[in-house]
Design a protein around this ligand. Structure first.
Ligand SMILES: *Cc1c(COP(=O)(O)O)cnc(C)c1O
Length: 965
């Protein structure tokens, strides 16, 4: 049939996005079906997915739109956001994203499609950028040790509370103090967390913190209403009584203010948003977190540390308890997995670009404009709540509504939640014109101030708005990296030099089991940096957020339809936060029925580490359920354990398809057993890529799930974040969805607390998932699932005879991923899973998931986005590596002087004049000819983990240490 015989509709269909998202074309799909012995994709579904759980009617999210159509439609929705000048503050400030960072980091797939740096030899670029972030945090907070970012200021404060409980010597206290001038949303998040831990919270004015017998205290500096006060004495007083003091601080103000560390704080935390990351209606933004060296083993989240490689060169990696939530499970410090790496990188680049002097100029200018505004208002007799400030003043007003109304008419948002006052927070984008506007809002036309005139007056009088004893005298950002790249050319090259060290999806497939590294299409990414989405403050009046509200509610409806649930919350900003929110809902549901004693959570031994770590956060007791030799949940054990805990059963957490990569036939029975014992079923949604359009958690019988929008629904991994972890629930749990103290959420529970700082989590990345669903449509989504399953089965089948695939389901099929067992090979040859992972780097690939859920294995998830060509390259690399292993096994190659043991190979190896290995350089770096077409060079050799942990160093090493002899 020639093209001319196609109808217009058919021709348009051919241009659908589905063909772009799904890697293999029809011919390749057919070839792979032939190879695995299935007649069609539907036939493959029949063979693979248990018949009892296949959807009886298709999902309904509409027909797929083209890229052009979908972008136009979303642009129209975005236009319903009204972008006022924002002076709301409360932890969110407008900022100028330096354009060189906007285009070369935020809009650059080299940065946004990278994976979490578990394979550090091919991730030195982003590890360096995060190390810089830690250095910025250390310098500005005045503490010794910083983490590689947390999810937001609210959750960082909650983590500080947990840390305080762990390390405080006041063991008998169960009381945590929160100052009443902490941001209200932070207080909300911490109180929600405290209730679940069974901590008591007491609030009061910061000065009174030491009047209570507390294990810890949370203060804010400057306060939520802008006051800059010396906390030294109160911190000392709390510490004298063995309490641990955390200070939530503002990063920009710390450029000018004495650091929390110098005030004596044990922990400093806050948001790095205003360092060049758009407000985005609440996120994503990186939270910073710093503490004392002595608490390093209690630090939540990841730390980047400096170690060395086999050539003795400095090399970066995730240090200490980095994978703690995987290894330590319910004993983990926190459930943080996905963090905010991309945003931490942006903030660190902002500091690199501006440098200490540039940041001081920005901070001083903001402060000066605030002085000028304050001067004008007080001259006219207006009362300010405080006599000190950095960038925020709180203005006492008689008729608040009238002032706010006037502000709205002038296109200006002020802080509106205070009694008898409005807040005005300035930022680096504030102009002289803005000050004029603010003056007319407050003073009408009845004044003759000009900014210039005020500027001169403020100069002659000097500013006392920052108390002398709180003026920073210590240096910041003295390291070379912050003093070198201040021209755009230099900055561009610095960013590029780091990007080149990292392997991301724009180089080759990243077959990360459970992490679903699929295409992050450009059309999905474009709306993220539209100003209509970027410049909205999360607490802007709802009638200014019409575009966001429409997008969120449409996306929610689609996700509800796809999951088979009844209601959804967009608040959790990672998968693990979703788990926490879901378990919280379950616990509150039991409580509401007078069954609050139910506190046992059944978790299969194969579960992801965040599951038990989240259960621990709601004070559930974890009981582990065994898996049988086929990798399935052992039904007899489940039944026995459920019986055993009886009335105390709260829930079970199940991943489906299982983390072993198979569709358990008994999943409905599992749900029934849990329900029969009065428990709820939490289905971990990380593996939704094997469900969408084919089956659904709500349909199978579960009560609540989180969705990893950064896995199944195309939000890129960003090198380890951001993510979004909305939860879907059945109707009986809907009254227990998280709400928010500042912005009431209609679809949430009435009296429920918050789990994130922003009401709709990281709202500004939701356009990505919106665009994905809009462009794929119901049929496209189903096909994506089918091809994901096809690709996994094709990989499994192609590896047959070379490697042993550990678990298979019905008809010998795997789901959307498969586990390759390397233990027998190691036994026979001494070649470890690590050797194989690093050798894959020489072939130009990122390693699959290593040793999860089973030690000594690799878990491969190709996703639907990889074409057959790429799958074949990957399969051939693994087969070639298998042949190399055979040579070690047979003794043909030496046990250690071989390319596997020495992998990955760097240019430094190949150029080494003293090359003295028993194999040649071509075999080392170009093991198969195709590698030469697009060679990726790991920038360091294998990194010494033990050395790094023994000599923990989490700040930037001196530049000289990088110079090679
Ligand atoms: C990724 C993942 C999680 C955690 O999600 P985050 O977004 O990283 O917090 C939980 N369970 C499983 C099975 C996962 O793969």
């Amino acid at each position: 049939m020639s093209n001319s015989s196609l109808t217009l509709a058919q021709l348009e269909q051919k241009n659908a996005f589905v063909r772009r998202h799904i890697g293999p074309g029809e011919d390749e799909i057919q070839a792979m079906l032939d190879a695995i012995g299935a007649s069609s994709l539907d036939d493959l579904m029949e063979q693979t997915v248990p018949s009892g759980i296949q959807l009886d009617k298709p999902i309904e999210v509409g027909e797929g739109a083209t890229e052009v159509e979908a972008l136009a439609a979303l642009k129209k929705v975005a236009g319903k956001n009204k972008i006022n000048r924002s002076f709301i503050g409360m932890g969110y400030y407008d900022t100028h994203v330096p354009n060189v960072i906007l285009r070369n980091v935020l809009e650059n797939p080299g940065w946004y499609t990278a994976y979490t740096p578990y394979q550090p030899e091919i991730a030195q670029g982003r590890l360096q950028a995060i190390l810089n972030f830690q250095q910025v945090t250390i310098d500005l907070t005045g503490l010794e040790l910083a983490s590689a970012s947390l999810l937001d200021e609210g959750t960082a404060a909650a983590e500080a509370m947990s840390l305080a409980k762990r390390v405080s010597k006041n063991k008998k206290s169960n009381l945590f103090f929160i100052a009443n001038d902490v941001h209200p949303q932070t207080r909300d998040v911490v109180e929600t967390r405290a209730e679940m831990f069974g901590f008591e919270v007491v609030t009061g004015s910061a000065e009174d913190a030491a009047e209570h017998d507390v294990f810890g205290a949370l203060l804010q500096y400057p306060s939520t209403t802008g006051e800059v006060k010396d906390l030294t004495d109160v911190i000392a007083a709390v510490k004298a009584k063995k309490g641990v003091v955390a200070v939530a601080a503002d990063l920009m103000s710390l450029v000018m203010l004495k650091s929390p560390g110098e005030l004596g704080a044990d922990v400093a935390l806050g948001s790095a948003q205003r360092f060049g990351v758009p407000m985005g209606y609440g996120g994503p933004h990186a939270a910073f977190f710093a503490t004392r060296d002595e608490y390093k083993r209690s630090l939540p989240g990841r730390i980047i540390g400096v170690s060395k490689d086999t050539r003795g060169r400095p090399a970066l990696r995730m240090a200490l308890q980095t994978r703690e939530q995987h290894i330590r499970r319910e004993k983990a410090n926190s459930n943080i997995c996905t963090a905010q790496v991309l945003l931490a990188n942006m903030a660190s680049f902002y500091a690199v670009y501006h440098g200490p002097e540039g940041l001081k100029t920005i901070a001083q200018r903001i402060h000066r404009l605030t002085d000028i505004l304050a001067k004008a208002l007080t001259t006219k007799g207006m009362a300010l709540r405080h006599s000190t400030w950095f960038d925020t003043i709180t203005v006492e007003v008689k008729d608040k509504e009238a002032v706010l109304q006037k502000a709205y008419e002038a296109g200006v948002n002020l802080r509106a939640d205070l009694d008898g006052a409005v807040g005005v927070a300035l930022d680096e984008t504030t102009t002289r014109n803005d000050i004029d506007t603010l003056l007319s809002v407050f003073l009408g036309d009845d004044h003759d101030f000009t900014v210039d005139k005020l500027d001169a007056e403020v100069t002659t009088q000097g500013s006392k708005s920052i108390p002398q004893e709180l003026v920073r005298t210590s240096d910041i950002l003295t390291h070379e990296v912050f003093n070198q790249y201040h021209s755009e050319t230099e900055m561009l090259r610095y960013i590029k030099s780091l990007e080149d060290k990292d392997l991301a999806l724009n180089h080759s497939m990243i077959s990360l089991g459970s992490c679903t590294m699929k295409l992050n299409a450009t059309a999905e990414m474009i709306p993220v940096t539209w100003p209509e989405f970027g410049q909205l403050h999360p607490f802007a009046p709802l009638d200014q957020a019409g575009g966001y509200q429409e997008m969120i509610s449409e996306l929610s409806e689609w996700l509800i339809n796809i999951t088979g649930y009844d209601a959804l919350s967009m608040q959790p900003n990672s998968g693990a936060q979703g788990e926490y929110a879901g378990l919280l809902a379950i616990q509150n549901y039991h409580e509401s029925r007078g069954e609050g004693h139910r506190n046992v959570c059944l978790i299969p031994s194969s579960a992801h580490g965040t599951n038990p770590a989240s259960a621990q956060m709601v004070s559930m007791k974890v009981v582990v359920v065994a898996c049988d030799k086929n990798g399935n949940v052992d039904l007899n054990d489940l039944r026995a354990k459920a019986e055993q805990v009886g009335d105390n059963l709260s829930c079970a957490m199940i991943t489906y398809p299982s983390t072993h990569g198979v569709y358990e036939e008994t999943i409905r029975e599992i749900c029934d057993i849990v329900h029969d014992h009065g428990g709820q079923v939490y289905m971990d949604g990380a593996n939704m890529n094997a469900q969408v359009g084919v089956t659904a958690p709500g349909f199978i019988g579960s009560d609540v799930s989180h969705l990893n929008l950064h896995k199944t629904f195309c939000i890129p991994h960003g090198g380890g974040g951001p993510g979004m972890g909305p939860i879907g629930v059945k109707s009986h749990l809907a009254p227990f969805l998280p709400n928010h103290t500042v912005v009431n959420i209609e679809t949430a529970g009435k009296d429920c607390g918050a789990v994130s700082a922003a009401p709709w989590g990281s709202a500004s990345i939701l356009p990505i998932s919106y665009m994905y669903i809009k462009m794929m449509g119901s049929e496209g989504l189903r096909k994506a699932t089918q091809v994901a399953i096809l690709n996994a089965n094709y990989v499994a089948k192609s590896l047959e005879g070379h490697y042993n695939v550990l678990y298979k389901g019905r008809n010998g099929r795997v789901a959307h991923e498969c586990i390759v067992d390397l233990r027998p090979l190691k036994e026979a040859s001494g070649v470890s899973e690590v050797d194989i992972a690093k050798r894959l780097n020489d072939y130009g690939f990122h390693a699959p998931t290593m040793s999860f859920p089973v030690a000594g294995t690799l878990m491969i998830e190709p996703t639907e986005s990889e074409a057959k060509y790429e799958l074949d390259r990957f399969i051939n690399a693994l087969i070639s590596i298998r042949k190399e292993i055979a040579k070690v096994e047979s003794g043909e190659w030496d046990a250690t002087d071989n390319p596997l043991h020495n992998a990955p190979h760097t240019l430094a190896d190949i150029c080494d004049n003293d090359w003295n290995r028993s194999y040649d350089r071509t075999l080392a770096a170009y093991p198969v000819p195709e590698v030469a077409r697009n060679k990726f060079w790991p920038s360091v050799n294998r990194i010494d983990d033990v050395f790094g942990d023994r000599n923990l160093m989490c700040s930037c090493p001196a530049i000289e240490s990088y110079v090679e002899e």
